[in-house]
Write a protein that binds this ligand. Structure first.
Ligand code: FES
Length: 80
């Protein structure tokens, strides 16, 4: 399954940022409102300001997270 397939199957209440309980729907709304970078999404939703692990994949973090803010942004841009 590709990242795109996984994102398409996400429910809007799926929590992407556990630190601030920001959902997939909140992030999509921020993108629809014009956020065009991970920083802008963070600023609007507060996602990513805690442990920072939801921002984008960093190989140093050995974890089972699949979907990051950067993946959702990339996915949205590919659908424009
Ligand atoms: S999970 Fe998003 S900042 Fe920690």
């Amino acid at each position: 399954m590709t990242i795109e397939d996984e994102i398409e199957e996400l429910k809007s209440d799926y929590i992407i940022c556990q630190c601030y309980e920001v959902s997939f729907g909140d992030i999509m709304e921020a993108i629809e409102n014009g956020c065009n970078s991970v920083e802008e999404i963070m600023h609007q939703t507060h996602a990513g300001y805690g442990c920072e692990r939801c921002q984008s994949k960093i190989d140093d973090f050995n974890e089972d997270r699949d979907i990051y803010l950067s993946d959702i942004l990339e996915y949205s841009k590919s659908k424009e």
